[in-house]
Design a protein around this ligand. Structure first.
Ligand code: UDP
Length: 321
């Protein structure tokens, strides 16, 4: 049985992936500092270290106490808007702390890593769907911090380390009794569902003058369970082929903000008042993945549709209200 260290395993995508890894008979260890993760997401039988990757001596302790075969590295800050106000925070955690992790991996001869990257590495795309070779000019420091780490990972090939960088599009939905919970919440679907629960009065639509059919931004919404499956396949690829890859993880289909709100109205039966508001800084008009490469290499395709995304998120939101 292989042992996988999951950093950020108590967070949203991390915890879903932990559950799927356990189902696939991996032995799992979790590191989380609870900046974004929550204790209740950690399964009872899983060994857990509450440490911060910025402290290299703490990472060394984890690697000394365990025989680790590969790492799935989720931990990091994710809020693009916040990165524009506090870039140090993002580079320190997403880039520098990750470098600590890589150093200890090399010291312990652990040379396989799956990294949580993001569509934000592309910035405002010149083309949609976005392929892995599209230009990478991030429009926020969150995207830069992740792209920098991708570059660092490529440099670490010198030590024989292999990486698979999964560039997530818009993660959403719920599975395994877990769900999406950020503090503060800034993501569209949880905010819209909060309106349906009566926790907020309305949803603000950020910009209705984009060059799209209904004037609102288009994103590629990918179910967290599909994302989790991509991580399991990435680990298998590293075990069997041991080659590095950069892969988009998206559906290849885009939905506008208004379409998402309409689908939430349909699923919840709530009118969900919406207010047209000004654009949010740094929001590209359209971000849709080309999902061809991951399909070719992993034979992976998203299985869950928008209805399943919103319904699963809604079931979880109602339970946690
Ligand atoms: N959005 C919105 N109102 C909100 C939150 C988000 O109109 O209260 C829009 C946002 O401008 C973007 C889309 O919904 O076009 C998805 O935003 P989210 O923050 O969920 O993900 P992002 O694409 O920024 O990673």
């Amino acid at each position: 049985m292989k042992t996988i260290l999951v950093t950020g395993g108590a967070g949203y995508i991390g915890s879903h992936t932990v559950h799927l890894l356990l189902e696939n008979n991996y032995n799992v260890l979790i590191i989380d500092n609870f900046d974004n993760g929550v204790q209740k997401n950690i399964p009872e039988n899983v060994k857990f270290y509450q440490i911060d990757l910025r402290n290299i001596s703490d990472i060394r302790k984890v690697f000394s106490e365990n025989q680790i075969d590969a790492v799935v590295h989720f931990s990091g800050y994710i809020e693009a808007g916040e990165s524009m106000a506090d870039p140090y925070k993002f580079y320190n955690n997403n880039t520098f702390a990750g470098l600590n992790l890589l150093k200890v991996m090399i010291e312990h001869n652990v040379k396989k890593i799956v990294f949580s990257s993001t569509a934000a590495v592309y910035g405002e795309p010149e083309e949609n769907p976005i392929t892995e070779n599209s230009k990478k000019i991030p429009t926020n420091f969150y995207g830069s911090s992740k792209l920098m780490f991708e570059n660092i990972l490529d440099s670490f090939e010198v030590y024989g380390m292999k990486n698979i960088c999964l560039r997530y599009f818009n993660a959403c939905g719920a599975a395994f009794g877990l769900g999406e919970e950020h503090k503060p919440e800034t993501h569209l679907i949880p905010l819209v569902l909060d309106v349906a629960l009566g926790k907020r009065e309305h949803i603000k639509i950020f910009g209705t003058d984009y060059q799209t059919l209904d004037g609102t931004c288009i994103r590629d919404y990918i179910h967290v369970l599909d994302l989790a499956k991509a991580h399991v396949l990435a680990l298998k690829h590293l075990e069997e082929k041991n080659t590095s890859l950069k892969l988009n993880v998206g559906t290849g289909k885009g939905f506008s903000v208004k379409e998402i709100i309409d689908k939430c109205r349909e699923v919840t039966g709530h009118p969900i008042p919406a207010i047209e508001s000004s654009r949010r800084d740094g929001d590209p008009t359209t971000l849709v993945a080309s999902a061809e490469k991951i399909k070719d290499i992993f034979n992976w395709e998203s299985q869950e549709d928008l209805n399943s995304i919103i319904s699963s998120a809604w079931e979880w939101h109602k339970k946690t209200f």
